[in-house]
Design a protein around this ligand. Sequence first.
Ligand code: TXA
Ligand code: MG
Length: 310
Amino acid sequence: MKINHSNIKKAKKYLDKNYCIGVPTETVYGLAANAYSNIAVKKIFRLKKRPKTNPLIVHYLDIDSLKKDCLINNDFIKLYKEFSPGPITYILKLKKGSNISKYVTNKSKNLAVRFPKHKALKSLLKLLNYPLAAPSANISTRVSAVQATDVKEEFGSKVKYILDGGKCNVGLESTIVKLVGKPCILRLGGLDNTKIQRVLGYKITINTASNKIITPGQSRLHYSPGIPLKMNIVKPKKNQAFILIKERKIKLDNYFYLSKKCDLNEAAKNLYSCLRKIKNKGYKSIAVEKIPNKGLGKTINDRLNRASSY
Ligand code: TXA
Ligand code: MG
């Protein structure tokens, strides 16, 4: 999608006035506001119906703009050089005296930071003299938005402006890696965690268990399409929507294909729009065939597993 500079200026105008707006990222759309402004950040929580205890990710253009807000370490530099901008979020120590609104972190001393790759969002960040706090642009616990129309569907006219950047390339939220204390992965996401391990050069624990919640996004009620969902199904029930990883010759109304040839990246990109479409078509339940548990398949299974606890 071509960048429309007048839209980017418009987005800046709303943000400068402390409004929340929809912004595209390569993972999912964000509901963005000035991370240095208490007024703006409070609006995000209100609009999303998000518990105040659930901290937000702050989006920066680059490492230079981050340095006044966070302490950085060697692991961070290694990962940043390899994967940023891209679908990875780092948990770092907040610097004393940083301007980040206290509402962003729920008074925690750590901050989640990300460097988005989407061209339109990068152009916008370049124009701003503050970073953007942005959770996924969906009502709390629901499926994330992967195109501008999804954001509209979630918030209607309550969101004053949506910067349309086309459909998100990755389609799943970023991978969250905690780099304070003993490093660990807090959320599987759009970057395969084995790649992170390779760059760090040591085994990193995955701490996404729902019984020990560090990140509220680990809670089981997240990513719900709002109707029951069952995984690893071979044959769906009558009138049930059936999601398949690989296209087949059969063309039935209730069959929804995630990819042509079992491509897990393509499937990741299509997953949330598929869930949204099924819900909007009025289906009352969803069956999903077994998804290979490798690469982004692990993240897809993580999200489906949480969605299945509805
Ligand atoms: O791809 C993404 O990460 C998208 C795009 C918009 O950047 N954002 C996103 O934000 O998924 P959100 O708010 O839906 O999920 C962020 C997760 C939440 O589960 C939150 O609890 C966790 O990050 N988080 C934020 N700050 C944290 C912190 N200081 N410590 C631990 N977890 C944190
Ligand atoms: Mg979210």
